[in-house]
Design a binder for this molecule. Structure first.
Ligand SMILES: [Zn+2]
Length: 290
């Protein structure tokens, strides 16, 4: 048996570290632990990896980051403008847009990635008030919200591009189009089909250095290796937290705040759906500007 495991490892087959999705009826909360669902400080009792020492989110202390030049980080979209369609769902924890890959998605490659990762979903963490909401913090500062673009490779490994949303009077029209859909998924487990005509053009929602046809070049980001920020908290996730923020208006935030959560901190509202900061332990955060 040991020999078999060694052989599997040698051929690059993941052994025992597959990231299992939550089973039906398995729930977690962002509030206090109840008989129905554990809160963040107890997640590890049900999902062992949540107690690991390479967890996310973290505070990014810009005085302690390591400056590096890695290969160019790129997102290649299938459709012009990064137009996507799919299903928007209130899963009880975050409004999540599941991209219909057959109708066009995106691939993340470069930097420290050894493989190509495909966009599967994006979702939003947001606060009940503007002074909080993001999962990652920068020098202790918490932004009003944070979008996670979740990419997965053929071996089931994850890479996430995170974009901080700062409360502002300026408006990002694509974020507005997304926010305008929230009233369709107010109840937990509600979902809505999002057609291309709605115009969710992701290229305009992701700050970038340059764009060429259907490819975005990202620069100016923080990189570290962490985990999923929700159970089962699988580790080995390649994080790319973009330094440039995207504005979100009070009105757009109010559209997210109507969503209901499954076991919310502030019933019945989903807001404040961010995990507490995790210790960095023996990890480096890299600052990449190329
Ligand atoms: Zn997330």
């Amino acid at each position: 048996m040991l020999l078999l495991l060694l052989l599997l490892s040698a051929f690059g087959v993941a052994v025992g570290n597959q990231c299992e999705e939550l089973q039906d009826g398995e729930f977690f909360s962002y509030g206090e632990t109840t008989s129905e669902a554990p809160g963040p400080s107890d997640w590890y009792k049900k999902w062992r990896q949540c107690g690991g020492n390479r967890q996310s989110p973290i505070n990014i202390d810009t005085s302690r980051v390591r400056h590096r030049h890695f290969r160019t980080l790129k997102i290649e979209f299938d459709r012009l403008g990064g137009l996507v369609s799919g299903e928007l769902k209130n899963n009880g924890n975050a409004p999540t847009f599941f991209v219909d890959k057959h109708k066009g998605t995106a691939r993340l490659k470069g930097s420290r990635l050894s493989d190509t990762y495909v966009l599967t979903n994006f979702h939003v963490h947001f606060g009940c008030e503007n002074d909080r909401g993001s999962e990652h913090t920068r020098n202790g500062h918490r932004f009003a919200a944070e979008i996670h673009f979740v990419f997965e490779d053929s071996r089931g490994r994850f890479a996430v591009v995170a974009v901080w949303l700062r409360a502002s009077k300026n408006e990002n029209t694509i974020l507005g189009r997304l926010a305008n859909q929230m009233h369709k998924i107010i109840d937990v487990d509600e979902s809505a089909k999002i057609r291309r005509a709605i115009g969710i053009r992701l290229m305009r929602l992701i700050p970038h250095k340059s764009r060429k046809h259907k490819t975005l070049v990202l620069s100016n980001y923080f990189h570290y290796v962490g985990s999923l920020t929700t159970p089962p908290c699988c580790e080995g996730v390649m994080w790319f937290v973009l330094r440039r923020t995207v504005p979100i208006t009070d009105y757009q935030l109010s559209q997210f705040r109507v969503l209901e959560g499954r076991f919310p901190k502030d019933p019945p509202h989903m807001c404040d759906n961010f995990r507490p900061l995790q210790p960095l332990n023996r990890r480096y955060v890299f600052s990449v500007t190329n």
